[in-house]
Design a protein around this ligand. Sequence first.
Ligand code: SF4
Ligand code: SF4
Length: 240
Amino acid sequence: MMPIPGHGLAKGLAVTLRTMTRRSHTAQYPEVQPELPPRSRGVIGLFEENCTVCMLCARECPDWCIYIDSHKETVPASTPGGRERSRNVLDRFAIDFSLCMYCGICIEVCPFDALFWSPEFEYAETDIHELTHERDKLREWMWTVPAPPALDPAAEEPKELAAARKAADKAEAAAAAAAAPSPAPAAGTGTGTGTDATPPAGTTPAPGTTPAPPAGTERAPDPGPAPGPERPDDPAGGTA
Ligand code: SF4
Ligand code: SF4
């Protein structure tokens, strides 16, 4: 098919006219902050209480832009005769954002949930050396990390929650059992639970219990062990 002369020009003019009549969309930054998606990769926040200085993030970072310093501390034994333990104490945690390529590997590999993405992006500097941010700044960014999305209501309960719920139920049941009053003795069933409980009149004491003497009477001397059954081979009929 032969091209119509001037077709390209008409098409270009149509695009120009359409764009001219469309309402412009200008972001009024910095007067108005942009609404970023919650999973934006702005900067990395550090929750240093969770960091055990395992060095995994620094080892896995493809740009080698995470700097960690630490020292060891001895923790005394918690029980007498126990062993002393040593633990790592974080001295420095810094990320050079002039080298970081925002791949997120450090966040993925951290086994203790100490690193998080924050949507914060206003950390431009005029000197490249000032793009290395230390732990205080990384901690400050931690408070800009959005809350995680709500759990799927149809999802299986996490095993940590299930275990915690089970332990709480068990403790509650034990506390309820301890707080419950002991059952009151029924009328005519005696006054105590020990082996010296007074049986009601007309009842036989349970085997192995010693009946209490009636008031005003002395307890009869203990007759000693009851004679055993006769041994068929014992001509005298005595006990062994
Ligand atoms: S996001 Fe990637 S490049 Fe940046 S510090 Fe983490 S691992 Fe390194
Ligand atoms: S991987 Fe996590 S716990 Fe280990 S040093 Fe890095 S931030 Fe700390």
